[in-house]
Design a protein around this ligand. Structure first.
Ligand SMILES: Cc1ncc(COP(=O)(O)O)c(C=O)c1O
Length: 471
């Protein structure tokens, strides 16, 4: 050891090291628990990491949703909350920020993303219609189904293969979409539901060329195109990095160009927009805006707060501007990649290329001896927690739920355990601890058993289902 030269991460990767473009001003203590405590906590939580108490979690990678750290400017904005019932000045700041960075004309605030999904699904979908999209997302699809629609997956086939290295695995397969349009008729498709970086595929991006071509196809059939912009900033980073002609464009310019091909967007502001709570809907059509604005007062709150406090809207307006900073996005994605590169170098099967917000471990390859009906990705999340108190979550058969027609489990091609990285929260040292814990459970994989579900709620079962270990 004495004569060995240690190497920085940058040196190991043959480049100069990068660092986060911020320094830490306030800390929140976390604590490591004992194996005995974790056994008890997990049993109490029915082997579902959503049911753990956060005080019993060491490094929390359950979600990147609402878990980010706000900046000093955002916290200062919290003190500028205008809590008027109507016409809060913070709403106008939010409206201005969405217009400036996303480019849409009309904005409706909502309490979070699913509030926005509810409104747009209810306003646009008629019972019996079909909603094509680039892979389902749990809450998005459920709102489309509750409105009477049927979601149809039109993502490219490569997205369903965790080892395929396609640079834009979130792309829509235009042929699949056109086949659907011809089969059901354009009048039965209220809109195409496009997500920027596809969560369930592993955070995979959509290319600018794809959205441009999609726009042209939608125009040909007169079908609107709406965007789930939840992680669209991260999508813009991948376009900048991978698509010809975008290397010298800013994230902000790319984001605006992309949104410009769509008719509107819904947003869970708890991700890219760097706040702990909030969401919005934005559209260009004034009639659609009127309908959404009328609906928001029924379900969320008045159209100038939509379920958020004035202070939340101020923090969100500031978060929108910080989110498009090129150095911020780069360090965010590079941190995720750092964890991914450690796991890859140890031959641990993860979804590749690594996406923007999380590492997704391929549970089928990790636990080839556990059948999908015995919930291997759920079992992996439980094992990781037992090993080190790190909390991830299942993104496989449990999340996919049941087919509303047949009542059978849906069997998604991807059976994944997700380690989502909160924005601006953890350091490289935390990532090292996570990587080592994944390796520990990988080394012990042959002893791991599957689970059986002993309680299943009707909707979005992954949040509240309970499991037991199979003997
Ligand atoms: C892609 C995507 N869309 C929509 C949502 C729903 O947003 P929210 O959790 O704010 O209701 C999420 C949240 O996880 C998401 O990841």
């Amino acid at each position: 050891m004495k004569n060995r030269k240690l190497r920085t991460m940058g040196e190991q990767f043959g480049r100069r090291s990068w660092a986060e473009p911020w320094k830490i001003k306030m800390v929140e203590p976390i604590r490591m628990t004992s194996p005995q405590e974790r056994q008890e906590s997990l049993a109490e939580a029915g082997y579902n990491t959503f049911l753990l108490r956060s005080e019993n979690v060491y490094i929390d990678l359950l979600s990147d949703s609402g878990t980010g750290a706000m900046s000093d400017r955002q916290w200062a904005g919290i003190m500028l909350g205008d809590e008027a019932y109507a016409g809060s000045r913070n709403f106008f700041h939010l409206e201005e920020a969405v217009r400036q960075y996303y480019g849409y004309r009309y904005i409706v605030p909502t309490h979070q993303g699913r509030g926005a999904e509810h409104l747009i699904s209810r306003v646009l979908i008629k019972p019996g219609q079909y909603v094509p999209g680039n892979m389902y997302f749990t809450t998005t699809r459920l709102h489309q189904e509750l409105a009477g629609g049927t979601f149809v997956d039109v993502i490219i086939d490569e997205a369903h293969d965790s080892s395929n290295l396609h640079p834009f695995k979130g792309n829509v397969d235009l042929d699949k979409l056109e086949v659907l349009i011809k089969r059901v008729g354009a009048e039965n498709i209220p809109y195409v539901s496009l997500a920027g970086t596809v969560n369930m595929a592993g955070g995979q991006p959509v290319s600018m060329a794809n959205v441009r071509a999609l726009r042209a196809l939608c125009d040909r059939y007169n079908i609107p195109l709406h965007l789930d912009a939840t992680r669209m900033v991260e999508n813009a980073f991948f376009i900048q990095e991978r698509e010809e002609g975008y290397k010298d464009k800013s994230i902000a310019d790319i984001l605006k160009e992309f949104c410009g091909y769509t008719d509107g967007a819904w947003m869970s502001a708890k991700k890219d927009n760097l706040v702990n709570i909030g969401g919005w809907l934005a559209v260009n059509d004034s009639d659609l805006f009127d309908a959404l604005r009328n609906m928001v007062v029924i379900y969320e709150g008045l159209h100038t707060y939509g379920g958020m406090a004035g202070r939340d809207m101020e923090a969100l307006a500031i978060g929108i501007t910080e989110a498009v900073n090129d150095d911020h996005v780069r360090s965010r994605v590079e941190q995720v990649r750092y964890l991914g590169s450690l796991l890859t170098s140890w031959d641990i099967p993860i979804v590749k290329p690594v996406g923007g917000h999380a590492i997704f471990i391929d549970a089928r390859d990790f636990y080839p001896h556990i059948a999908q009906d015995q919930f291997p990705a759920q079992a992996m999340a439980a094992e990781l927690y037992l090993d080190s108190g790190i909390r991830g979550m299942e993104r496989g058969i449990v999340s996919a739920g049941r087919d509303p027609e047949t009542g059978d489990h849906r069997h998604p091609a991807l059976e994944l355990t997700r380690l989502a990285i909160p924005r601006r929260v953890y350091t490289q040292a935390h990532m090292d601890v996570v990587a080592e814990s994944v390796k520990a459970i990988y080394d012990a994989r042959e002893q791991t058993r599957g689970l059986k579900m002993v309680y299943e709620p009707e909707y979005l079962r992954f949040f509240q289902a309970r499991f037991e270990r199979i003997a």
